[in-house]
Design a protein around this ligand. Structure first.
Ligand code: NAP
Length: 269
């Protein structure tokens, strides 16, 4: 893009509504030029016009359906070939509600294509572009449901656990190359994702539901501190640190040459 400011360009997927539109507004206010990706061109154009007028940044609309190969490839190529891009907000996603057994195959497929396949391919494209330059950042939108198996939809929760695991592995790979990768784990946030999936967010207790602006501001505060994992709702950061310490403590014993004593099988005489 021609109007490159010192902050560089941020490419935001799922920018036409909700959290992605919130990032677009906040990042424009911070002086980033933007590339906005989603399917709804009219909404993207309307947002782009508002942000150009309010913040004087360059905003390009890049329409793409990330569940189809052609759309995904367009965004991958943009990430790899536009050196002005220094930030990927890997945000587009869909939700699902109900039991696994009640999900139609195409609903499972679309969710995995967007939340898992597109998220991983775009993260990989950004990694290919940023690592050789020794700079850049990737924000991956996971969810607190990455940590929850007790309720909500199994495929959605697993897709968000994938994003968390992907992010933590990317931190290991890309940190030494100067690329910062953040996982953001929102709790329930007041966006269209609920109604799009046929759910009613008003059935949740209001004290469990955050607004988009507060969520994005908190996530960007975590970004500014280079947090690895940002959970805006969680009052005590030490609680997640303890969870991570417990996970790390398993490490030395997860792959051994013999089964644990409790699984020892008595050999027949
Ligand atoms: N809201 C919550 O409670 C919550 C909680 C935790 C995590 N999250 C995560 O936050 C992210 C943003 O969700 P949101 O709550 O802001 O939902 P949202 O308002 O429904 O926004 C979803 C965005 O993704 C885009 N999108 C959907 N299908 C797409 C496709 N096939 N190709 C390209 N773009 C597509 C939508 O735009 P178009 O329809 O124009 O394509 C829209 O811009 C998601 O990854 C979600 O899992 C949300």
């Amino acid at each position: 893009m021609s109007n490159v400011k010192s902050k560089g360009t941020a490419l935001i997927t799922g920018a036409s509504s909700g959290i992605g539109a919130g990032y677009a507004q906040r990042l424009a206010r911070r002086g980033h030029n933007l590339i906005l990706v989603a399917r709804d061109v009219a909404r993207l154009n309307e947002l782009a016009g508002r942000l150009r007028a309010a913040h004087g940044v360059a905003v390009l609309v890049l329409p793409a359906d990330l569940t189809v190969e052609a759309g995904l490839a367009i965004v991958e190529q943009r990430l790899e070939n536009d050196p002005s891009i220094r930030l990927l907000v890997n945000n587009a996603g869909v939700a699902a509600f109900g039991d696994l057994s009640a999900m139609q195959p195409e609903v499972i497929g679309t969710l995995i294509q967007l939340n898992v396949l597109a998220a991983a391919r775009l993260a990989a494209a950004a990694a290919r572009a940023f690592a050789p330059r020794g700079e850049g950042a990737i924000i991956n939108l996971s969810s607190v449901l990455a940590l929850v198996t007790e309720r909500f939809n199994p495929v959605y929760n697993a897709s968000k656990a994938f994003v968390l695991s992907l992010t933590q592995s990317m931190q290991r790979e890309l940190g030494p190359h100067g690329v910062y990768v953040q996982a953001v784990l929102p709790g329930a946030t007041r966006t269209e994702i609920w109604s799009r999936a046929g759910a009613d967010i008003s059935t949740l207790p209001p004290e469990m539901v955050m607004g988009v602006d507060e969520l994005v501001d908190a996530a960007l505060a975590g970004f500014d501190r280079h947090e690895a994992v940002t959970i805006p709702s969680l009052p005590e950061a030490a609680d997640f640190a303890a969870y991570e310490q417990a996970r790390a403590a398993l490490g030395p014993n997860l792959s051994r040459d013999h089964a644990a004593a409790r699984y020892a099988v008595e050999l027949a005489a």
